[in-house]
Design a protein around this ligand. Structure first.
Ligand code: XMP
Length: 517
């Protein structure tokens, strides 16, 4: 088993970034809520190092969270970040106070002494940019600690106990605004904790294949394939693990982008040789949605129809013992909530939500431990085409929620598909695809008057949307150069019969959402 680091979460907004940085250094880690960590769970997890995250509470309050004492008694290195540093100090005999000199955002740290954490990164006497977010601060060190860095607002901004290999930093090394933060975390995992850094996607692939084989045995697995990154990677991985015990069901709603349905079939059936059921259910979906314009009803009908069709095809394929799902790590991390105690956040993809219970199958979730960018890396490792692996997110209901406020018809879907294809082709040609989180066209329920040649036109307007985001929770519009927008608009109006006007959506999220419905 690879070396492991445990991240004890005190509820910081950026705890996941600690995990990302640790994994980027080739070390497997997990995030556990502070109140689920005790001597038994630590013994079971066997971390080579422990990182205490930041958090919104104040150590100066008696009821605020603490790390389980076993964290400091295991004999493994501990790095406390922000709140993690403060609680470590308070618990080991130091003192933390509220202070009127609060530090938020960019700050500077004066490196006052060498330590393993700074090795090869920061030198004594340097003044280094860091990112701070704290009101409280450490004012007296616990026995055994020495100060190695100071800032204007924090006299003990970085501290070290070399004998016990305990380190504390008031700043956040996990964010990009601490430019050398990733190197400091790497020093902690590699130099201090002695992790070997052998957790790669190649290693994960082997380990996960063995796990799937052990879980599934001779059982049969069914997997819903959508053409998106997650289900594609699940399918490719399972196929490698269990071959023909896997059947993939691709329910073609008719709401996919130009060429995508064909690509799913050609990649998985023809290239990977996966047992694939391809059901073109576009007539059924359109029939069920006849006359429906209200977004929530649309979504519910699509979700329910999807489940019906999927179930039908799964039965026709002979049933299965397991259902494979592309659940990712951010969906399963238990979040620390200070209102009403810790709660579990699980984002249910509406496509498959409710399926496992209804079909009485056990779940296979081989991506449960991965972040999205790791899933992409695994997809590349498995030989999936770059076009599939690097694809923007695409919602389950597809183009159906990009024809807002109007009844869906095949004609409108075709018009939208053409406009969307031109838009994305131009984005790819301009080399902008990877700089954008999601980009798509929306067919508006308005027809407008135009003049084409010498004739009057009366056609649909379409909107172009492109956003940047890191997780889809917040987003900003992508600032295309005007000449790019002009070129796309020109092409769409010239090449897509049925559209005579193009607009660009400059709404951020919040207050907008990414999709229009
Ligand atoms: P919104 O529109 O809520 O979208 O800002 C956030 C992200 O989620 C995607 N999305 C969905 N994905 N099933 C999905 O699998 C859905 O029903 C769904 N609705 C929205 C959306 O494309 C964006 O990436």
């Amino acid at each position: 088993m690879s070396d492991r680091v445990l991240i004890v979460d005190f509820g910081s907004q950026v705890t996941q970034l600690i995990a990302r940085r640790v994994r980027e250094s080739g070390v497997y880690c997990e995030i556990h809520p502070f109140n689920k960590v005790d001597a038994a769970s630590l013994a079971a997890f066997r971390p080579k190092g422990i990182i205490l995250s930041g958090g919104p509470a104040s150590v100066t309050l008696a009821e605020s969270p603490r790390a389980h004492p076993a964290v400091f008694e295991m004999g493994v290195p501990v790095l406390g970040i922000c709140y993690g540093q403060q609680t470590m100090c308070a618990q080991l005999g130091g003192q933390v106070d509220e202070h009127e000199h609060r530090e938020f955002g960019r700050a500077f740290l004066d490196v006052t002494a060498d330590c393993e954490l700074f090795h090869g990164v920061w030198n004594v006497g340097a003044r280094e940019q860091v990112w701070m977010s704290h009101g409280d601060r450490v004012v007296a060190l616990p026995p055994g600690f020495r100060v190695v860095g100071t800032s204007d607002g924090a006299p003990f901004a970085a501290i070290a106990d070399d004998a016990r290999r305990f380190y504390g930093v008031q700043f956040h090394p996990e964010v990009v605004h601490t430019p050398h933060g990733a190197q400091l975390l790497r020093n902690f995992t590699h130099r201090v904790a002695g992790c070997s850094g052998d957790w790669t996607m190649a290693a994960f692939r082997e380990q996960e294949i063995a796990k799937v084989r052990a879980q599934v045995g001779k059982g049969r697995v069914i997997c819903g394939l959508s053409g998106g990154v997650d289900s594609s990677v699940v399918a490719a991985l399972l196929h490698e693990a269990i071959g023909d015990q896997l059947t993939c069901v691709f329910v073609d709603t008719g709401f996919m982008r130009a060429g995508e349905a064909d690509q799913v079939v050609s990649v998985f059936r023809d290239r990977f040789n996966i047992r694939l059921v391809h059901r073109d259910a576009s007539d059924l979906f359109l029939a069920k949605l006849a006359g429906v314009t209200e977004p929530e009803r649309k979504r519910k009908i699509i979700g329910a129809t999807f489940i019906d069709v999927f179930e039908e095809e799964a039965k026709a394929a002979g049933g299965a013992d397991f259902l494979a799902q592309g659940t990712l790590y951010p969906d399963v991390i238990e979040s620390v909530s200070f209102i009403g105690g810790p709660s579990v956040t699980i984002k249910s993809h509406h496509n498959v939500g409710g399926l496992p219970e209804r079909m009485n199958m056990k779940l296979v979730e081989p991506l449960r431990e991965l972040f999205k960018d790791e899933v992409r890396a695994l997809g590349r490792e498995l030989g999936l085409p770059e076009e599939m692996v690097g694809r923007h997110p695409f919602p389950g209901p597809g183009l159906a929620i990009r024809i807002p406020g109007q009844e869906l018809t095949r004609d409108k879907l075709d018009i939208l598909r053409k406009a969307d294809a031109i838009y994305l082709e131009e984005i790819r040609n301009a080399g902008l695809y990877d700089a954008i989180w999601q980009a798509f066209a929306v067919l508006l329920p308005v027809r407008t008057v135009g003049v084409m040649g010498d004739a009057r036109s009366y056609d649909y307007a379409c909107a172009l949307r492109a956003v940047t985001s890191t997780d889809g929770m917040t987003a900003d519009f992508y600032p295309f150069p005007h000449d790019f927008l002009g070129r796309v608009a020109n092409r769409i109006i010239n090449e897509v019969k049925g559209i005579n006007r193009v607009t660009f959506d400059i709404t951020s999220k919040p207050p907008g959402t990414i999709e229009w419905e």
